[in-house]
Design a protein around this ligand. Structure first.
Ligand code: SAH
Ligand code: SF4
Ligand code: F3S
Length: 477
């Protein structure tokens, strides 16, 4: 979720559609699945569950939808433009479907859940609509489509965590991977569609999380990112067989510690932290273990307590600042990133100024910034008027982006002249003469390649200069 933002562009958190494939030998006569994902990291992690289920059904993945037997599009509903992108993409798939009527087109994820059977009515080419808790049903739904029917399953579950399904790593670099530790969300932020598309919050069995992390470590992975809409409210209650059925409780700090203990060579990141729930216990756990990255994504949404109240975020400006102070006190070199919404209902210029002041106060390393987009069915859509004109939203967003650019640059400049330890992820996007990787704080560092340095290695790099998005350096002697 956290990547560095480039100049003066509105950066959308939801990733653009990405074709996801696995690097595996091809099978003869296997049916081919093309899967494209939109939205947050959790959606991308879900696509890996989906691929795992379909691989068991004799499918293999392809990066070319023209040769696919099934096209799945794993969708996001967070803002209107996210949905629009999916609809545009579907019309392209429609051309393929007319050419090959046997092609199965499936819509998965949050948009499937939000629109349900309406999707089948609106988009005639779609054969299958599957919500995020119904992926185990995919084989049966595919069969149904094979028999000439439309298929739909959008049931949400209070228990499903796909804990026993081992995700296949799509587009993986073999070095970094996501692990979902929980699903759904019980908060009711008034602007947000997620509680409706993902259902109730539930935590995944810690043993299955640890087994997945250990397996990744044993396969040579060096970094895992623990994912949830609100990781700080992770809570597992279960009975431990080894302890005579006694009830055990695991909170997020304890889970972090367990994962950190797998190996000092395995780095741990996590996202997203909710300001109302992040505890000092979590902060002290981050401090205690070198392999837990010093990087917290703490979405503020707005710097105005009045807005936060209308947004139903359940914290105030002062509370948020206090949490930032706690981070700065306990983990002084921790990077803090955030999400900000510009132009929420009734936002005044004063409210907006308070957001800008908050940005000054925190000095964010990175921010995802958005214009408010009303989502049908949410509390805000039902109770508040989306009354800020588009031009005003845009202007405020622009000011926020500009401030963030300065802040990102300032934070990166603080590293210039220092030697930092990074995990090499691969060649830089721009040149195969350069390698790149991230430091503890999640900043991207580019440096000249050397024969003895390979992706997956930790190296020390001296930072020589920076752009507003990247640190540039050389391998330390
Ligand atoms: N669970 C995370 C956020 C998940 S959604 C949290 O609570 O922080 C990611 C981000 O999308 C949110 O933080 C918010 O900034 C943005 N977002 C959500 N709904 C939105 C909407 N209706 N309009 C604009 N941005 C929105
Ligand atoms: Fe949405 Fe709020 Fe839940 Fe985040 S915490 S997913 S913003 S409802
Ligand atoms: Fe989008 Fe659903 Fe994630 S709405 S941001 S894909 S939880």
């Amino acid at each position: 979720m956290i990547e560095l933002q480039l100049a003066d562009k509105t950066h959308d958190e939801e990733r653009q559609g990405e074709a996801l494939v696995i690097d595996a030998p091809k099978m003869i006569n296997a049916r081919k699945l093309y899967i494209e994902s939109y939205g947050c990291q959790m959606n991308f992690a879900d696509s890996e569950i989906v691929a795992s289920i379909l691989l068991d059904q004799g499918f293999e993945t392809t990066g070319d939808y023209h040769e696919a037997d099934a096209i799945f599009i794993n969708t996001c509903s967070i803002r209107e433009n996210a949905e629009q992108r999916v609809r545009n993409r579907l019309s392209q798939f429609g051309i393929e479907k007319r050419r090959n009527p046997k092609l199965i087109v499936g819509v998965l994820g949050c948009m499937a859940e939000r629109l349900k059977s309406k999707f089948l009515e609106e988009e005639k080419l779609v054969d299958m609509v599957v919500g995020p808790d119904a992926y185990r049903d995919l084989p049966q739904l595919i069969e149904q489509v094979g028999e000439g029917q439309k298929a739909i399953n959008v049931l949400l579950s209070r228990e499903e965590t796909y804990a026993d399904i081992s995700p296949v790593r799509l587009n993986g670099n073999g070095i970094t991977a996501f692990i979902s530790i929980m699903r759904g969300c019980d908060n009711m932020c008034s602007f947000c569609v997620v509680p409706f598309t993902r259902g109730r919050e539930r935590s995944r069995d810690p043993d299955s999380i640890l087994a997945e992390a250990l397996d990744l470590h044993q396969r040579g992975y060096k970094e895992v990112t623990l994912l949830g809409q609100n990781v700080d409210s992770y809570k597992w209650k279960g009975s431990a067989e080894a302890e005579d059925g006694a009830e055990i409780m695991v909170n997020f700090a304890q889970l972090l510690e367990k994962v950190a203990l797998i190996s000092p060579e395995l780095r741990i990141r996590f996202s997203t932290s909710h300001p109302k729930d992040i505890t000092d216990e979590v902060l002290y756990t981050i401090k205690k273990y070198d392999n837990i990255c010093n990087n917290i994504h703490l979405p503020v949404q707005s710097g105005s307590s009045r807005m936060l109240d209308l947004m139903n975020r359940t914290y105030t400006r002062e509370w948020y600042m206090n949490r930032v102070d706690a981070i700065r006190n306990i983990i002084p070199d921790c990077a803090i990133s955030t999400d900000i919404i510009a132009g929420f209902c009734t936002e005044t210029e004063e409210d907006h100024q308070e957001t800008l002041q908050m940005m000054d106060y925190v000095g964010y390393d990175f921010a995802f910034c958005f214009s408010y987009s009303e989502r049908p069915g949410t509390l805000a859509a039902r109770k508040l008027e989306d009354d800020i004109p588009e031009e005003v939203k845009k202007l405020r967003l622009q000011e926020i982006l500009l401030k963030q650019q300065v802040s990102s640059l300032r934070r990166l400049q603080e590293s210039v002249g220092k030697t930092v330890r990074i995990l090499v992820e691969g060649f830089s996007k721009k040149s195969d003469k350069d390698l790149c990787g991230r430091n503890d704080q999640n900043a991207m560092i580019v440096f000249p390649a050397a024969d003895h340095i390979k992706p997956g290695q930790y190296v020390n790099v001296v930072i020589e200069r920076c752009t507003s998005a990247t640190l540039l350096g050389r391998i330390a002697d």
